[in-house]
Design a protein around this ligand. Structure first.
Ligand code: FEO
Ligand code: CA
Ligand code: CA
Ligand code: CA
Length: 746
């Protein structure tokens, strides 16, 4: 099971047991969806067609308000021409291997523990290496990644397919697979006592930047072990804090009394990249890593109300009372250096001030982090202007000279939000100078917006607005100055708004979503897609209990109870299934196809479901049934790739599919024609999630990550099949076509 399911308790025990929503409005929404699709495929009844005419008429009107519809959009690199799959469908299965279509092959490129320095030996897979070696070995749980092509001179070359830097996130760790014993070492009191084990765990987090080269004859990639580009970024790597929150009192620690620096990056889930050639890594469930000594002696192990409240809205502090991996329990160990363990205890120390302890260490995480993939000496920069929350990933709109730079982002937690950042500076291609300095110009100043998804009950028009998170937003200012509000004083300055992004978004009435995971921007028309993976906390209106989440294991307090009481966490058109067991993909088109627009139109592209599920609204079949969509990516041809992380239909393994996207208001996936609009491409080995994806520019090599397999794959690192023995390892694989052709579509 994925970590997110474990953490949020959102696991669903029966993937096909979707609760059918009976509410009138729900029926209407689905009717609309089916009707639009029916009209488009010409397969509807006369009665439905009449209704559809009304609805589509509304949509046409909407286009008048929102600028030109259709494929104009910001220009992307996509080829034009038809999109047709060039592979045969892969059936769901439970094999402990990677299954790819006939005529394709997959090979392991980079697995947990692999050395990226010639000074280190091959990984034993026995857990016997020193923890410090993970400064030069592959981290665990590969997730988002990006390929940066290099020319022969070692410079960035977006057209190079034979040589490049691959940046790979290492989201979290599989403790039972990384040490000599499946259990971590503990003293007689049950307290962790191995400094080396914790050092390994901290270093198995973060990012790898590795040079890889392709043998053009075989199409096989290998890691250049002695490349000067090779780099590990870990939970200890020194970083700069940039943007409006840099230097804020909220970021002051003993390590950085001026609040301008921090150490390390954590829980790096999905990713992004910039038009100026840098990598973006995203800090997702960072709040799991910290311990608060005020909570750990509590027999109930419940986070006290005050802290639970803060965590729910602001992501501050401690979600697991002792800290997920209990790193802070080694604080004060005779071998501890530079508070390497103590920094994970965020309890204020009696008699000390913020610059003498680590009460604010948690505030240094939850950001987008920019990395120069070509300069291993360059300190990563945390871009606080893009907000602080459980950042899944960050996806650029296609940049246009003279226009702001725009990035889309999701906050992956139940009932959290979709955001975008619009730079203050306008884009000018071909910037010179150090890439991270270029990043300062675009990413340190701008406006963070959060999305509200609306539906007009009369016309059925589905529109949305982007709400700015700024101190001059009158609604935020009013709450900030309201002494009776639980949020009084939080929103007076931009640094505080950004550190408390979730709280600000909540106050402003953003639409709580069903766990926004990856986004993707269609290179053909600029439309933006987001996976909403699932949400057990989406309740029906009749049984909606908006306080369940905060009043449950996270506590509550009176003012918050009052504030939340009028919030609706039941089904809404943008998240119409409650509980949402299977997930769906939503998409939006910016007004006027301008990424910086203040409003948008939206629809639902596809609903996840088993083919025989009772809520199979998209008419999925055995060839494309899926649930729990997570990874999402457009290739340069314009195919949309969908990866899953959850319990797939009939207990099968996680998978990856390819989709032919249309455009907003076309009815979404064509229910009667699924085999040409959505088709399964890959099934992963036992226990894994399939996440992270990129291709070489020539589309002949596709990179995919297999995260947290738990069988024996890949015992033979050259094979896709599981071997006889050996512990499972997360790994990057490379998929090629045996005839050397492009993957996915011609
Ligand atoms: Fe780390 Fe939301 O997936
Ligand atoms: Ca995951
Ligand atoms: Ca994910
Ligand atoms: Ca997930």
């Amino acid at each position: 099971m994925s970590e997110e399911h474990l953490l949020t308790g959102s696991a669903h025990s029966d993937a096909t047991a979707e609760r059918v929503v009976t509410r009138e409005q729900m029926t209407a929404w689905i009717e609309q969806l089916v009707t639009r699709r029916g009209v488009l495929s010409g397969a509807t009844t006369i009665g439905l067609a009449g209704l559809a005419g009304l609805i589509l008429g509304g949509c046409e009107g909407q286009q008048g308000d929102t600028g030109p519809a259709g494929p104009a959009g910001p220009p992307g690199p996509a080829a034009v021409g038809p999109l047709e799959f060039n592979f045969k469908v892969v059936s769901l299965n439970q094999f402990d291997q990677v299954t790819v279509p006939e005529g394709h092959s997959a090979h392991v490129l980079y697995a947990y523990g692999d050395p990226i320095s010639p000074d280190l030996g091959e990984y034993s897979n026995l857990g016997t290496e020193s923890g410090l070696e993970w400064d030069h070995r592959a981290g665990d749980n590969h997730d988002g990644m990006h390929f940066f092509g290099l020319n022969e001179a070692g410079e960035l070359d977006p057209d190079s397919s034979n040589r490049g830097i691959l940046c790979v996130n290492h989201e979290y760790i599989n403790q039972p697979l990384m040490h000599e014993s499946a259990d971590v070492s503990r003293d007689l009191d049950g307290v962790r006592n191995s400094v080396d084990e914790v050092r390994k765990e901290q270093r198995a987090h973060g990012v790898s930047c590795i040079e890889i080269v392709r043998d053009d004859a075989t199409g096989r990639f290998t890691v250049v072990q002695d490349s000067p580009f090779n780099r590990r970024i870990t939970a200890l790597t020194p970083m700069d804090l940039n943007g409006p929150a840099a230097g804020s009192d909220l970021l002051v620690t003993k390590y950085s009394p001026d609040g301008m620096e921090g150490r390390g990056t954590l829980n790096n889930c999905a990713n992004g990249y910039t038009p100026w050639g840098t990598y973006l890594t995203c800090e997702e469930n960072y709040d799991l890593y910290f311990r608060d000594e005020r909570t750990v002696d509590d027999e109930s192990k419940e986070v006290p109300a005050e802290i639970g409240y803060a965590n729910f809205l602001a992501g501050i502090g401690v979600r697991v009372p002792g800290g997920r991996y209990e790193w802070a329990t080694l604080a004060g160990h005779p071998e501890e250096q530079d508070d390497e363990f103590g920094r994970f205890n965020v309890a204020p120390m009696p008699g000390l001030s913020a610059d003498e302890d680590y009460r604010n260490e948690g505030n240094q995480f939850g950001y987008i982090v920019e990395i120069d993939p070509l300069d291993p000496q360059a300190r990563p920069r945390k871009r606080t202007a893009l907000g602080r929350f459980a950042h899944e990933g960050v996806w650029p709109a296609y940049p246009v000279d003279g226009q702001p730079v725009v990035f889309y982002m999701g906050d992956d937690d139940q009932l959290q939000f979709i955001y975008k950042f619009v730079s203050a500076a306008t884009y000018a291609a071909g910037s010179t100078g150090a890439p991270l300095d270029t990043g300062d110009g675009y990413l340190d100043e701008g406006t963070l917006f959060v999305a509200r998804f609306d539906t007009d009950d009369l016309t059925g028009r589905q529109t949305g607005v982007w709400i700015p998170l700024r101190p001059d937003n009158p609604e935020l200012a009013a709450v900030n100055g309201d002494a009776n509000s639980p949020f009084a004083g939080l929103f007076g300055t931009l640094d505080s708004i950004l550190v408390h992004t979730r709280a600000a978004a909540f106050v402003l009435g953003a639409t709580p979503m069903d766990r926004p995971e990856w986004g993707a921007v269609n290179p053909r028309n600029g439309e933006v897609y987001f996976t909403l993976t699932n949400n057990s906390d989406r309740r029906g209106f009749e049984d909606a209990d908006p306080l369940a989440r905060v009043a449950g294991d996270e506590g509550t307090r009176d003012e918050v109870t009052e504030f939340l009481a009028d919030r609706e966490f039941g089904e809404v058109a943008s998240n119409p299934r409650g509980p949402n067991s299977h997930g769906h993909i939503i998409r939006l088109r910016e007004n006027g196809n301008e990424p910086a627009a203040l409003g948008f139109a939206w629809d639902i592209f596809v609903f996840g479901s088993g083919a025989d599920g009772s809520a199979n609204f998209s008419g999925l079949t055995a060839d494309n049934e899926f649930t729990d969509c997570d990874g999402l990516w457009f290739d340069s041809a314009g195919l949309l790739w969908v990866q899953t992380d959850g319990r797939q239909p009939d207990g099968n393994h996680n998978q990856m599919l390819a989709a032919v996207p249309g455009k907003v208001d076309d009815g979404g996936i064509d229910a009667g024609n699924n085999d040409v609009s959505l088709r399964r491409f890959l099934v992963g080995p036992q226990g894994c999630e399939v996440t992270g994806i990129d291709m070489t520019p020539d589309r002949r090599s596709m990179f995919v990550n297999i995260q947290h397999p738990n069988g024996a794959w890949p015992a033979d690192p050259d094979a896709t099949m599981a071997g006889e023995s050996g512990r499972a390892r997360s790994a990057t694989i490379v998929i090629t076509r045996d005839d050397g052709g492009p993957i996915g579509t011609a």
